[in-house]
Design a protein around this ligand. Structure first.
Ligand code: DC
Length: 669
């Protein structure tokens, strides 16, 4: 996940590949509870890992259900509709509405001695309408705090099932879902539920009914007003069940395919885990995307998307049935051949943020003309290429704003897009940007590279790593490649002298090195410590003076230049490896300062030495590195010099980041 202050997306030019999306939250928690209530063992595949599902799993374990988890696969041993007799059980529901409501209903009809509580915010979320319905049925439920809100105590019910049960449908569809999932446990006769008020969020009730059917319950319904659970209904495990990927999350990749894929006639984006027969309401985004020109084929568990009409076709669409996914259409509208109007979206105003206002203001920053009304938004793309602007997108702590605006990086003007607070995507899709980068590409020379070169012990490694972290960029420690090469050569029995140049170069060309977090692996073995010694540095300096070895390592170094960007440190990053980099920094700390720094490092590791010895070593290495025939250590012509002798690391980092910002085209947010 990118936890940076902002994430700069370089201009993107194409997309191809397949993505696996995180599971749907609504389906995940329903399936867990249904599996727990069923007779038999259920293997749940592709479960979403989120706060809400963790709460549900913990609660199921507490009430006596067998739960075995192995990554995204969970095996649930069902209770067969019977709760084990137990003393009082306290269940903590966090802020998970999708666990609190249905568990309350299921436990209340089965009976026992339970207390359900949550975080303070959970105690402000209403549950009175559900409790009223359950009490009418004869359930024993007490409020432990404020009436109408959790925490609750559940006791033993005296059930009366002869009368129809009224439940409000206009506050939250979760109340109806909770009853529909609880009542099959006690269906000794037909049980009727009457919905009071206009039922909202019908697609979510569709999901509930669909999953009930998978677990053996055929609910009969009359429109959206009356539901009957037939006498004798009994939960039966389907054995194994896959959680569909989240259809709203799929919208970004459907749009991606329509905008960026297939222009060459063969590329496409394949979305795995959700297909046209999805039970989620937002799958109807597929129809809207087709209207705009996307070419989409699908199977039971996949969608494949490529560019059809280009530019996209402007549309005029009532989006009431796909409120979340429709935000993606507003960004697709930037690539359309006219004005797109999305209407009947009043609910946008009361979501994570006022989404109509948010989308309008951010689309305008990119150069679009936007009109907004109480319940619509109208988007006209920038008139010409020159009208597109490099924008810094405010995301309002709204995951969907962040995700859909990433698609603006395909603008024809090749302007970068800055996404502020990118970590807000964690609400539903923590790895969104990683997945996006895994299937998109940029023209290599537009992927930003920041070079930090300098002599040994100048602190460039620490500086470069921190700058990379603050920008969310990849990091190349090129010195480590020379160190690993030297180690590999010695292990292969080679000397590090010129007579072995070709043999070492051969080794370097296929160096089996991998960087895993902080670790450096050679042939799968962790050599991070082994290469960090003074001797390791001196050996690296020796092999790095061999021209054939330097040439052999060029391709490997270039391969680090990947989306969204790279910070590279070394001796010749700016002069030889990335000569086109937009920012090159050259560190110039004095030999005395560097020797003192190294001395402190070594002493803290318990290695005894003197500053004088270290200084002599450093100077010997400086001389070798800067006097060698190829790629000698020297500042690139356009490098900015940074003498960090008297600067803290934090100060140096700030300085470099400020230089970087100065090079960016973004207007202030
Ligand atoms: O940065 P370092 O101390 O890990 O580098 C070890 C040696 O590798 C250094 O003395 C010279 C060589 N080197 C190089 O020649 N070119 C680079 N880009 C990086 C390191």
């Amino acid at each position: 996940m990118f936890s940076t202050e902002f994430l700069d997306l370089p201009p993107l030019v194409g997309a191809h590949g397949s993505v696996i999306l995180p599971g749907s939250k609504s389906i995940s928690n329903r399936v867990l509870l249904l599996a727990a209530l069923s007779q038999g063992i259920t293997t749940v595949h592709d479960l979403l890992d989120s706060d809400d599902t963790r709460v549900m799993l913990a609660a199921l374990r507490q009430i006596g259900c067998g739960v075995q988890q192995d990554g995204s696969t969970v095996v649930i041993e069902g209770l067969g509709g019977q709760l084990p007799k137990a003393a009082a059980i306290q269940l903590f529901m966090g802020n998970a509405g999708t666990a609190m409501r249905p568990l309350t209903a299921a436990l209340a009809v089965m009976g026992g001695n339970y207390e359900l509580s949550g975080v303070p915010r959970m105690h402000e979320r209403p549950i009175g309408d559900l409790v009223d319905a359950l009490r009418q049925l004869g359930c024993q439920i007490d409020y432990l705090g404020q009436d109408g809100y959790p925490p609750l105590r559940i006791g033993q019910p005296t059930l009366r099932l002869d009368e129809a049960i009224p439940v409000r449908g206009d506050v939250s569809s979760q109340f109806l879902t909770a009853l529909l999932m609880a009542l099959p446990l006690v269906a000794t006769r037909d049980i009727v539920i009457n919905v009071v008020g206009e039922l909202i969020s019908k697609p979510y009730i569709e999901i509930t009914l669909n999953l009930l059917a998978r677990f053996g319950i055929a609910v009969q319904r009359e429109g959206w007003a009356r539901f009957t659970i037939p006498k004798g209904s009994r939960y039966q495990s389907p054995g194994s069940i896959h959680i569909e990927a989240d259809a709203s999350s799929a919208s970004y990749f459907i749009a991606l395919g329509a905008i960026a894929s297939g222009s060459s006639g063969k590329d496409s984006i394949k979305v795995m885990g959700v297909g046209a027969d999805s039970i989620q309401g937002d799958i109807r985004f597929v129809e809207a995307a087709r209207q705009m020109g996307a070419q989409i084929t699908s199977g039971p568990n996949w969608l494949e998307i490529s560019r059809g009409s280009w530019p996209l076709k402007a549309i005029d669409l009532d989006c009431n049935h796909i409120p979340d996914a429709a935000m993606t259409l507003a960004v697709m509208a930037l690539y359309a051949n006219g004005t797109t109007t999305l209407s009947n979206i009043a609910s946008w105003r009361v979501k994570e943020t006022d989404r109509i206002a948010a989308m309008a203001s951010e689309l305008r920053k990119l150069g679009a003309t936007v009109e907004e009304g109480a319940d619509f938004i109208r988007v006209t793309p920038p008139a010409t290429k020159a009208d597109w602007k490099a924008a810094s997108i405010h995301t309002y702590d709204d995951h969907r704003v962040a995700m859909c605006f990433s698609l603006a990086a395909f603008n024809p003007a090749q302007q970068p897009v800055r996404i502020l607070d990118p970590k807000c995507v964690a609400k539903t899709f923590p790895d969104y940007f990683e997945v996006l980068f895994s299937v998109t590409h940029a023209t290599t020379n537009t992927i930003p590279v920041l070079c930090i070169d300098g002599p040994t012990a100048s602190g460039k490694g620490t500086l470069a790593a921190q700058v990379a972290q603050r920008l969310g960029y990849h990091f190349l420690d090129s010195g480590a490649l020379y160190r690993v090469t030297a180690l590999a050569a010695l292990r292969a029995g080679l000397s590090l002298e010129p007579q072995c140049e070709q043999a070492i170069a051969e080794l370097a060309r296929q160096l089996p090195v991998r960087f895993v977090g902080e670790q450096i692996l050679l042939d799968g073995q962790d050599v991070s410590e082994a290469i960090r010694s003074e001797e390791g540095g001196m050996n690296a300096s020796k092999v790095s003076a061999l021209p054939a070895v330097r040439t052999a390592l060029v391709a490997l170094q270039h391969s680090f230049c990947q989306l969204p960007g790279l910070v590279a440190d070394g001796r010749d990053m700016g002069t030889v490896i990335f000569p086109g980099a937009p920012l090159k920094v050259f560190l110039t700390a004095s030999a005395q300062h560097r020797a003192e720094r190294r001395y402190k490092q070594l002493i803290s590791k318990g290695i005894s030495t003197t500053i004088d010895i270290l200084r002599a070593d450093l100077e010997a290495r400086d001389t070798r590195d800067s006097s060698r025939a190829v790629a000698p250590l020297k500042p690139a012509q356009d490098a900015l010099l940074l003498d960090n002798s008297d600067l803290s690391i934090e100060k140096s980092v700030t300085m470099v980041l400020n230089w970087w910002q100065d090079k960016q085209p973004f207007k202030p947010a």
